[in-house]
Every structure is written in C-alpha cells, then in structure tokens.
Write a protein that binds this ligand. Structure first.
Ligand code: 6MZ
Length: 368
C-alpha cells in the first residue's frame, strides 16, 4: 500500500466505481482500432462473412477470448485491420470510440491511430485520416473540440452540452519501412492545424529495428511534433537505452526496464503512460501488486493512467482509476491529483491546458 487506505475504505466498491466515473479524466494512450466496441466487431465479422481470409466462428471466439498475451493481441489486431479497412468503418469506429470516452467523463482524449494504405479500398494514409476526422464530426453526444473550435455542433452553439477535447497522434508501426514512417510524419505535419499533435511508435515489440524508424522520429522532432514511444514491452536493453537517449516527450508502458534503465528514466523525468489492465492481461507484468505504478508513484515520477485498448482489454479509463485506487490504496485526493496532473503531459497547446485546468478546478468542490 502506498497511500492512505482509509479514505478508499470510506467508499463501498460501487460508490468508488461511480466516483471514478464522475472524475474528469484525461486519456493519453489509447489506440483507435484497439478500442472498438465488441458489439461493433461482432457485427463487422457477421457482415464480412467467411471469405477465405477470416472464418467468422474462429474470429468471434478470438474477439471474446481477448488479448491474453502480447502474441494474441497482435494476432487480433491483424484481424481487426481486415475488418476495418474501409472509410465508412473507420469513420464509424472513431465516432463510437470518442462517444464511449465522453460517456466515461473523459474531457481530453489523445487518440492514436496508424494511417493505412489500402489500394483495394482506394484508401491512402491521408484518406484514412480524413475518415477519422469525419468520425469526429459525426459524434452525437458531446461537442468535440479538435483544433480550437467546436467541430460537430457549431450551428447549435449550445453551451450546456458537454465537451471533449480530442487531439490525434499518428502512429508509426514498428514494422514499417523508413520511407513509410517518414510519410506518416509528413502527413502529421500537414494535419497539424486539424488536431494532430504528435507521433507514436507502436506495434509488435518483437518486430522491427529502432534504426529503421529513427530518421522519421528525428524528422518529427525537427518539425516540432511531440513524440511518444512504446518502450519496454519486451526485454530489449539496446532499444530501451536508445529510446532513453532519444528522450521523447512521453513513454508508454516501460514494463521491463533493467535497474540502470529505470534510474535513467527517473533522472530524465520522462512522463509515463501507465496501462494497468493491459500490462496484466498481456502478462507483461505478472500481477498488479508487482506493477511499477507503485514505485513511480512513490518517487513522484510524472505519469498518467491510460487504457491502451479499451475494446481489446474490456476496460474504461474510470476502471483504470478504480483499479489503481483498490490496488494501491489511493484516497480521493490522491486520485483527483493523479487525474489532474495528466493535464501537464498533454501534447495540446497551452490554451487547451488552461481550459482543462479550469474544468478540474470546477469539479474539485463537488468531488472532494
Ligand atoms: C504495441 C499496440 C498496443 O493504430 O490500427 N497497438 N502496440 N503495444 C500495444 N499494447 C498491447 N496496442 C495497440 O490501432 C491498433 C494498433 O495499435 C498498436 C498496434 O500497432 C495495433 O496494430 P490502430 O488504430
């Protein structure tokens, strides 16, 4: 236990769950295709039918069985990508994912996705991203602020509607060639005035070489885009050290760092995106009690709770807070502070940070 247990104990579990849902939250690490609703996936499987690439019965089973190891996650992503590679579906899943986060009281969502070419569907990386933007415009239940103005509700001007700030990160997949990774960075640059704030490096951590993507990451930095890297999902000391040398704006996961890498992470004070459920479900970390959250929290290292893939891991951002409260004995004030501090690590500009800070100030009186 690392904090006051008593405060947490004041709640019943149901009250604690509800409190976590009401807490305003900032999500910094979630992948679009990993956050598709199960119901949507199953519908897509049904519509897709058996076509030689996927067999519906097997896929339904995989979807419901979920990502219970890193290997299974990447097998599933390959299936998702067969199901979602057309513009209408990309638009639909984007709309649904944003609505799900908004319903969970997330007030700022940094949504990441890998732009994809798919010649058969007439899709380019650019048109894929346009479908994402179309999905944001289609959001019904809240106002979406994408680049400093209301996106989906300009005419109504209804100030009572809840609002979510959405910013986009373009992901480079670790298996991409240098030229493809550079294309993604250039696309991010083109889309800087429509809500794209940075670059993520993700994908199967057992695949790809750091040197292949480094030129693209350096270009991103030169162009003023923020960078976050998936780091230490598998033991790979050489790569972890290279990532720390790069000193990105944020790091995701940082599960399997050796002691000296751990010390270096702390001395560099790089904010960490923590994904509790994901790390446990993929068995990257053997149990929640052994999760590095506790050590980072104790050393007051900057970090933020995140979901990684809400669909794949059947979680929500409020569930991640709930889990942290129960597992590490955090009280209301600690939880509120943890949520609020995430504002410091968003890639959006100062005006958004000010707006979010104000939202937390307004909520404080009601929540504490
Ligand atoms: C590494 C992950 C990931 O980009 O198609 N992705 N990469 N580790 C993880 N932890 C389990 N979870 C998701 O969303 C799906 C893609 O995000 C990355 C993978 O590259 C996956 O294919 P998009 O929207």
């Amino acid at each position: 236990m690392i904090a006051r247990v008593t405060e947490t104990m004041e709640f019943s579990n149901t009250e604690l769950r509800e409190w976590c849902r009401e807490l305003p939250k900032v999500e910094l690490h979630t992948h679009l295709n990993g956050s598709i609703r199960d119901s949507t996936l199953l519908e897509l499987v049904k519509n897709h039918g058996d076509n030689g690439i996927i067999v519906s019965k097997d896929v339904e089973h995989m979807i419901l069985e979920k990502g219970t190891s890193l290997r299974k996650c990447f097998d599933l992503f390959a299936v998702y990508h067969v199901l979602t590679t057309d513009h209408e579906t990309v638009k639909r899943i984007t709309k649904e994912v944003v609505e799900d986060f908004a319903a969970d009281n997330c007030i700022y969502l940094e949504l990441r996705t890998t732009p994809k070419n798919n010649e058969a569907k007439g899709m380019t990386k650019r048109s894929y991203m346009q479908a994402v933007i179309d999905g944001l415009k289609a959001v019904d239940i809240v106002d979406v602020d994408l680049w400093g103005c209301g996106l989906n509700n300009e005419e109504s001007g209804d100030t009572r509607r809840k609002k979510i700030f959405v910013r986009l990160l373009l992901s480079i997949n670790r298996s991409e060639a240098t030229s493809s990774a550079i294309d993604t960075v250039n696309l991010a640059m083109e889309m800087k005035d429509v809500g794209v704030v940075g670059i993520d490096l993700s994908g199967d951590p057992t695949v790809g070489q750091w040197e292949t993507v480094l030129p693209a990451l350096k270009l991103a930095r030169e162009l003023g885009l923020s960078v976050t890297l998936h780091c230490g999902e598998v033991r790979n000391s050489k790569e972890i050290q290279a990532m720390l040398d790069f000193n990105p704006e944020r790091l995701g996961h940082v599960c399997l760092l050796a002691d000296e890498e751990w010390d270096r992470l702390k001395s560099l004070v790089i904010p960490v995106e923590i994904c509790l459920t994901s790390n446990i479900m993929t068995q990257t970390i053997p149990s929640i009690e052994l999760h590095h959250f506790a050590d980072l929290y104790k050393s007051e290292h900057p970090m933020s709770l995140c979901t990684d893939d809400t669909g794949l891991f059947s979680t929500t951002l409020s569930n991640e807070y709930y889990k942290a409260a129960l597992s590490f004995g955090l009280g209301k004030e600690e939880m509120f502070k943890l949520a609020q501090e995430a504002v410091n690590f968003v890639f959006a500009d100062e005006s958004v940070k000010q707006h979010l800070t104000q939202k937390f100030e307004e909520a404080k009186g009601q929540m504490l």
